[in-house]
Design a binder for this molecule. Structure first.
Ligand code: NAI
Length: 338
């Protein structure tokens, strides 16, 4: 069996070299995302039966067709909206993600973004490092006593709700499926989306990105939110219409946004020359839009790193390794599409 790993840093490569795959399995490592590897290089590995990726790799039909023997895509992440599930289902390719590695890790990070945003910790820190001692200039807001709206109360959202409750907030929640336990124990009250928009001082997104909720935080929805609302997104960039958010942040209708994810976030890490060489209008357009958002004072943005703790990464790699071993040995593993 041949496994190709994409989106690998040194740590990932070392881990999968150290923790051996079953006998007879070979591993090939690319630091780049699959779409950034020249086609002729990919064709050298057309016998691959498994591919392991992180969130930056985006599959298109023509890339998947390069691997006729492909039977497994293992994503070293929870979300799998970067994988064409209908194609995989039709072609009997299993898609395995990592579940439950970082529910507290990501919830803590989302809360960190919120604290930094509302208390302007990063701004004060940057000022002081630049030699400016501004004691009263960056007045923030308390979190205690505020109403927090949480959209998506799965593994991560559930923990975020508990943190907000611990901070003395009223927690309103919306999910397609209620978590009865969370409501029974008095942590949240489930309400409609419109109630969340109308009543929340802080809104945090923790739902999966699907075709149904693509850019559901748009201009019309933001208009329903309280003036001065804070928005936190550690889920997926595709949930928010970036231009609508930018306009609302500029006007002050949204007081601030803490974003670990943003649509087309993969181009945040490409330089302008690489982008120009792609000759893609969309890439250039989103590069401009994303840079405008990054430049706003009331935005804290990080490059999809909420998962990035030592403890969570160990859990991710161990889970991916188990999936690859099970696959190589013909044992059962969980696929999200087969
Ligand atoms: P989960 O699957 O446990 O929970 C997602 C919840 O969202 C489910 O309860 C589901 O019913 C709900 N949901 C789906 N569509 C919805 C909709 N339209 N409206 C309201 N609720 C909806 O997933 P988990 O592990 O809690 O992850 C949540 C999000 O965080 C995912 O988007 C995932 O991709 C993202 N994530 C981000 C990370 C980062 O580093 N920034 C790391 C890990 C996950």
């Amino acid at each position: 069996m041949k496994v190709i790993f994409f989106d690998t840093d040194r740590e990932t490569r070392d881990y999968f070299r150290r923790h051996k795959l079953p006998k007879g399995a070979t591993a090939v490592f690319f630091p780049e995302s699959i779409q950034d590897v020249p086609l002729e290089k990919l064709r050298e590995h057309k016998d691959a039966e498994a591919i392991s990726i992180f969130v930056y790799s985006r599959f298109t039909d023509n890339l998947l067709k390069l691997f006729p023997k492909l039977k497994l895509i293992n994503t070293r992440a929870t979300g799998y909206n970067n994988i064409d599930l209908p194609y995989c289902k039709k072609n009997k390719i299993a898609v395995a993600n990592v579940v439950g590695y970082g529910e507290t890790t990501v919830a803590e990070y989302a809360f960190g973004l919120l604290l930094d945003l509302t208390r302007k910790i990063g701004i004060s820190n940057a000022k002081l490092k630049a030699g400016i001692v501004d004691v009263l200039g960056d007045t923030g807001h308390d979190i205690n006593g505020k109403t927090v709206g949480v959209i998506g109360t799965g593994a991560i959202g559930r923990h975020f709700c508990k943190l907000a409750k611990g901070f003395g907030c009223t927690v309103l929640a919306y999910d397609l499926y209620k978590n009865e336990e969370l409501e029974k124990t008095g942590v949240v009250k489930y309400v409609s989306l419109d109630t969340i928009y109308k009543k929340s001082d802080i809104i945090s997104l923790h739902c999966n990105a699907t075709a149904d909720n693509y850019r559901f935080i748009n201009e019309a929805v933001i208009a329903k939110m309280k003036k001065g609302v804070y928005i936190i997104n550690t889920a997926r960039g595709e949930l928010i219409d970036t231009v609508a958010l930018y306009k609302a942040l500029k006007s002050g209708h949204v007081a601030g946004a803490g974003l670990d994810v943003i649509e087309h976030e993969n181009i945040l890490i490409k330089n302008d020359i690489d982008l120009a060489l792609t000759k893609s209008y969309d890439s250039l357009l989103y590069s401009v839009i994303n840079k405008m958002v990054v430049g706003l004072d009331n935005v804290i943005i990080t490059p999809h790193i909420a998962f990035n703790s030592v403890e969570a990464k160990e859990r991710i790699m161990a889970s991916s390794l188990n999936t690859l071993i099970a696959f190589a040995e013909g044992k059962e593993f969980k696929s999200v599409c087969l």
